[in-house]
Design a protein around this ligand. Sequence first.
Ligand code: KIV
Length: 259
Amino acid sequence: MKDFREMKRRREKITALTAYDYPTARLLDESGIDIILVGDSLGMVVLGYEDTTNVTLAEMLHHTRAAARAVKRAFLVADMPIHTYDTPDQAVVTARELVGAGAQAVKLEGGATHARRIEAIVQAGIPFMAHIGMLPQSVREEGGYKLKGRTQSEVEQLIQDAHAVEKAGAFAVVLEIVAADTARQITEAIGIPTIGIGSGDQCDGQILVTHDLIGLFPWFTPKFVSPAARVADEIRRATTAFIERTRNGGPLSNSDISG
Ligand code: KIV
């Protein structure tokens, strides 16, 4: 495991992306990413669910195994799906299953209210990454993916959450859709790195859903993402070329592929 605290101390930015399958995990790993997350965003961008609340542990284990087969040097973290960590004991059982599938660390959503569950995981010898701010597993109760850390009471709560997860033993904390200035304050307040998503550029690192970064889920792109590629367009172009060529009676040639 890289020393992520030391990276924070040296102001070396930490890079993290999601992967749910062998080829994506291998490509990210070979490109030098620090952390690969088998996120439960799997539910939306791979399995076609409306949100992450339908993702099961069996699905997370299946995709964690696939990603783990590919990863040689990045640090592989797996998400604990909703209702698989309702008690400290259940959290440890779930975390062990994910580690058995090849994860090197686990992540769950929640701050101070989840400190005992986090402590139990860490005491079981499993590295833990925290996740505070907007919590996608609570999207239905929240009524949407809303910015966090705008009011003074939210700022205080988030700083308290960040301290609580650090004290419980987390090696890093994801800040999801947190107001940029609040994310900066949290980053300055704690010793473990903050990994931001839609939380400004003052965090110690950044994470994105890879499908958003590469334009592979064109039906929805979060406002804070500027895709760096348009992979969905390439798939459509190659598919159309294949369909046309096949219907015209010939095999696909290199010129069809390269456009
Ligand atoms: O599930 C996921 O991909 C995540 C990231 C958005 C941090 O939790």
